[in-house]
Ligand binder design. Structure first.
Ligand code: NI
Length: 179
């Protein structure tokens, strides 16, 4: 196990833009990806960006299988993205609840683009290019923000829609997952 501590909002590393990965063959990068996967699984997260374990590199992982516990949640393919980029293919924004492992136990309503096309590299240095919509697109945009030093509370338009998960009004679907 190589579960790492997830740093929380207020830590300066979470506010810094991360650096591009230059060496895809380094043992440090391989270990970083193992640590990120172990940490994300241990905390039941849907995604994790390297800065969240205090490593300032442009690396993100995400993915979630279909779940009986959260039947409304769309599955997202297990993905590693190094040096990711994206473009918007559907500029319409959708507002939905988000949580983050670096902002534990809280949820906020965050607008995100409904459709994007992202690309990045896997651990072998092979290009991954995909269209993503809705929750999949949201998870990517959330992790991409981490690489630019942005946490989701900065994206909330109405701060009345930000609070502790166990105090929020569950009339609306509140996502249970932290990404
Ligand atoms: Ni997050």
């Amino acid at each position: 196990m190589a579960v790492q501590e997830v740093i929380k909002m207020g830590h300066p590393i979470l506010l810094e833009p991360a650096k591009e990965v230059a060496d895809f063959n380094s043992p440090e990068l391989k270990q970083l990806l193992i640590d990120m996967k172990d940490t994300m699984r241990a905390l039941d997260g849907v995604g994790l960006a390297a800065p969240q374990i205090a490593v300032g590199l442009r690396v993100m992982i995400f993915g979630v299988e279909e779940s009986e516990r959260y039947p409304d949640m769309e599955p997202v393919p297990e993905t590693i993205l190094i040096n990711p980029e994206y473009s918007v293919i559907n500029a319409e924004k959708e507002t939905d609840w988000e949580g983050c492992l670096s902002v534990p136990n809280m949820r906020g309503l965050v607008p995100r683009y409904k459709g994007i096309k992202y690309r990045g590299y896997d651990i072998q240095g092979s290009l991954i290019e995909r269209e993503a919509h809705d929750f999949h697109a949201r998870v990517f945009q959330h992790e991409f923000d981490h690489l630019n030093g942005i946490l989701y509370p900065q994206r909330i338009e109405n701060m009345k829609s930000f609070g502790f998960e166990d105090s929020l009004n569950y009339e609306h679907h509140v996502s249970q997952e932290e990404i």
